[in-house]
Design a binder for this molecule. Sequence first.
Ligand code: FES
Length: 90
Amino acid sequence: MARVYVKNDDKWIEVDDGAKLDILDGQCSVLFACKDGVCGSCLVTVLEGAENLEPPTDVEKTTLESLGAEPNQRLLCQVVIKGGEIKVEQ
Ligand code: FES
């Protein structure tokens, strides 16, 4: 079991190891739209636990670059958590 802390909501959400975090749509205040890694709506800053995430796909990388995202920012709809805990903020 892995856990995601969403700072905006001051809330921990439990997910399965290996889960793709588009499943958090509706469970937190992060804004999801396309869920395909292209619109940038779900851009979050990873505050802790980045080492617990799979690296971004080419699609996510392209969108992050076009958004001018910081290295610690990810598209939550594309993030896969390996396990453990992460903390994010939107
Ligand atoms: S919801 Fe569009 S990029 Fe994540």
